[in-house]
Design a protein. Structure first.
Length: 250
């Protein structure tokens, strides 16, 4: 007890604690530097224009093609949609038969015209009340032209007084004359007398015609630019051949 009382008092010394950190309590890493944000790329106006133009062109071509198909086959398409494939095929067959029938008809008409056309061995003069004289050279076997019909003819016109030719579609590479019966004005040497004679001719026929001045170009004459003007009060001699008679296009 003396030792206890005699011993120096017990003093507690503070213990210095070292600060240790576990792996789970380590300090967070410093933040990574952020890169500057770049503005979004805007498409090049030139490239966009080209792409848009090409797309529009493609769409236009598709639309035109589609419209053409619909315009050409709208009847067949309608029938197919409403009544089935058989109706569309029937319509296409009908059109094909119509085209073939028209071709056969044309060939038959040409064959009939050639079969009924005959050459006149001896020309005889025919005098009409209006003063026209004509000579049948070949009698046609085709159709006769009517007012409003399209008539294709070859024509040679001569001034009877001086034998000058003012029109000739027979020679060289001359082109036939196409006219509508009853139409005016006359062109390329045609006159009222020739139109009158054509009414009694047939396709394939050929005549030599003498036209008096009153049914030709009268007291004024005419000039069709062939280099041979027709003088006033001239009697004209024609050779006319009817190549084709058909219905005039609408």
């Amino acid at each position: 007890m003396a030792s206890y009382l005699g011993s120096p008092p017990f003093l507690s010394h503070p213990v210095a604690r070292s600060h240790q950190f576990s792996a789970s309590s380590q300090a967070p890493p410093p933040p990574s530097p952020q890169l500057p944000q770049q503005p979004p790329e805007t498409p090049n106006s030139t490239t966009t224009g080209r792409v848009t133009g090409v797309s529009a062109k493609v769409e236009t071509q598709k639309a035109r093609k589609s419209a053409a198909v619909e315009t050409t086959d709208w009847v067949a398409s309608t029938l197919t949609r409403r009544f089935g494939l058989g109706a569309g095929l029937a319509w296409a067959g009908f059109l094909a038969v119509g085209v073939i029938s028209e071709q056969i008809k044309t060939r038959l008409e040409v064959t009939e015209q050639q079969a009924n056309t005959r050459i006149v061995e001896e020309e005889e003069e025919v005098v009409l009340p209006n003063g026209i004289r004509y000579y049948e050279m070949r009698i046609g076997g085709g159709a006769s032209p009517r007012p409003g019909d399209l008539v294709v003819i070859d024509l040679k016109g001569t001034i009877k007084e001086n034998e000058q030719v003012f029109v000739d579609t027979f020679a060289g590479d001359g082109k036939p004359l196409a006219l509508i019966m009853g139409s005016r004005p006359y062109t390329r040497g045609m006159c009222e007398g020739i139109e009158y004679v054509l009414q009694t001719m047939k396709a394939g026929g050929k005549r030599r015609v003498i036209v008096p001045p009153s049914l030709a170009f009268g007291d004024k004459g005419a000039d069709f630019g062939s280099g041979v003007p027709i003088p006033p009060a001239a009697t004209l001699e024609y050779v006319v051949e009817v190549e084709k008679v058909s219905i005039a296009p609408a």
